[in-house]
Design a protein around this ligand. Structure first.
Ligand code: NAP
Length: 460
């Protein structure tokens, strides 16, 4: 029997383990979800929405356990609480817009014809979720998929092994029927086999580019719809008219919060030459205030990375940049708790260029490169010189200029004077190797349902 293990970044111990389900058992579990789907979809929308919100509320009641478990599983400091703000905001917003988003589109209602398009749930939706924001990334699909009348099977990341189990427990305790929302522990091979057998009607995968490729390969020829929310290398661009302090505050937070493990974290920054020196100086001071340590200590503001192997990647990128001529500005002596393993001090690099992986590969850690630019044109070229396209954070007082730049940017979201935030009213989406599809917003509901056309001609 294969065991799936969560190795805690706190101390390297095995925090949790669960047996991976074999193929036949997994198939039987998906069958249960399929059998439950039609009767779930027949329930009135308001009832489904209300049950989902009760599940969300029940999870909130578990906050103390959730926060501690998150610290042990992926290293987020307890002082930041769980992910309830975003988790609740997204669920509530999707609940608010469910009726209008799922309402039929009436083209004609006359004495001759009823012509309209209804939204049908896909059936069984498979959610594969990552560990970095394990509750928020999962809820983006779980809540609207259930509201829309799908049943959901959730496979969570090994690093956050207990999250799927806990979410399902909360929802079932709140009254969501057992087979409507199911957690599953799976290894990669069995996951691929299930997908290749056409077991699901829609798959939402949030994770790495490599993982996304495997899922797409497994689904080839099954015609299963797939939403892929993959990696990023999101830039910030600080223009000469920016509010410098606000830019430093938001961009440094975006680069380092959650130990830099945010899909839409800031991974590279371009600053107009007139503000460059001041921006760098203030950023180094900002980052130097972190207290790196055990995430269970309420004083800790920066926890370990979720796994030693992620820190190895970040350290490798920093070393490579330094070897190529970059300069590291954060004094390591300020972070004596950096253990050379998962506990990694934040870092700011200057004298960087796009030949360095710190500027062209996803870092997913608390290290960021800053480059000086002379013009919008130069910044635009650099921002687009990237294989990913998730978000861009523009800093200026001029919304017309931001919108003009936005039209030239190869990205999923254009922010002005903010960063690293999922607005549930807008579509969460990416381009290039960040993937395709979109969650949240009315478009999220549309992606979790299929259109069905009714063309009814009335007898004379
Ligand atoms: P990951 O290694 O790809 O894992 C993500 C999920 O997919 C986990 O549940 C993982 O299971 C599963 N998985 C990976 N490869 C698989 C395969 N071949 N077959 C079946 N399942 C597979 O990604 P991660 O390291 O957890 O997450 C970090 C990445 O996610 C970063 O690249 C980040 O940018 C991206 N991300 C993107 C968004 C977005 O909205 N665009 C949001 C959050 C994160 P196991 O854990 O069991 O391997």
């Amino acid at each position: 029997m294969t065991m799936i293990r969560c190795i805690s970044p706190v101390d390297g111990s095995v925090y949790a383990e669960r047996p991976a389900m074999g193929y036949e058992d997994a198939k039987a579990l998906v069958d249960r979800a399929r059998k439950a789907q039609k009767s779930w979809a027949r329930r009135p929308l308001e009832e489904r929405v209300s049950l989902v919100l009760k599940g969300v509320a029940r999870l909130n009641e578990m906050a103390d356990d959730v926060v501690k478990e998150l610290a042990w599983q992926m290293g987020r400091p307890v002082r930041y609480g769980g992910e309830f703000k975003g988790f609740n905001e997204r669920s509530n917003y999707m609940a608010e817009i469910a009726a209008s988003s799922l309402a039929p589109i009436v083209v004609e209602s006359s004495d001759r014809f009823e012509r309209y398009i209804e939204r049908e749930p896909h059936g069984v939706v498979f959610v594969i979720a990552p560990w970095n924001y394990p509750y928020m990334t999962a809820i983006n699909t779980v809540a609207p998929a259930l509201m829309a009348g799908n049943t959901v099977v959730l496979k969570h990341a090994s690093q956050t092994l207990l999250v799927g189990e806990r979410m399902v427990r909360a929802f079932v305790e709140a009254g969501v029927p057992e087979d409507v929302f199911l957690n599953i522990f799976l290894d990669h091979d069995t996951t691929s086999k299930l997908i290749a057998a056409g077991s699901f009607n829609f798959i939402n995968f949030t994770g790495s580019v490599e993982g996304g490729r495997s899922i797409e390969r497994a689904a080839a020829g099954t015609f299963t719809g797939i939403g892929l929310e993959l990696g990023g290398k999101d830039p910030g661009y600080v223009m000469e008219d920016a509010d410098l302090d606000a830019a430093v505050d938001t961009l440094m937070d975006g680069a380092t919060y959650n130990s830099g493990q945010c899909c839409c974290g800031i991974e590279r920054i371009y600053v107009h030459e007139s503000l460059y020196d001041a921006f760098v100086e203030k950023s180094v001071a900002w980052v130097s205030n972190y207290k790196l340590g055990n995430p269970l200590d309420p004083e800790t503001t920066l926890g370990p990375m979720a796994n030693k192997r992620f820190a190895v990647t970040v350290r490798g990128q920093i070393d490579e940049a330094l070897a190529k001529g970059a300069k590291a500005l954060v004094d390591p002596k300020l972070f004596p708790t950096d253990d050379g393993g998962a506990y990694l001090a934040p870092q700011i690099l200057v004298d960087v260029d796009h030949s360095m992986s710190i500027m062209n590969e996803e870092t997913f850690g608390p290290a960021v490169g800053i480059m000086k630019v002379k013009s919008d044109a130069e910044a635009l070229d650099l921002m687009n010189d990237c294989k990913y396209g998730l978000t861009v954070s523009l800093w200026t007082k001029d919304p017309v200029r931001a919108a003009r730049l936005g039209r030239e940017l190869e990205t999923g979201t254009v922010f002005m004077n903010r960063a690293d935030y999922l607005d549930p009213g807008l579509c969460w989406t990416g381009c290039k190797e960040t993937g395709r599809g979109g969650s949240l917003s009315v478009i999220g509901f549309h992606n979790l349902t299929r259109p069905k056309s009714y063309h009814l001609k009335k007898a004379l």
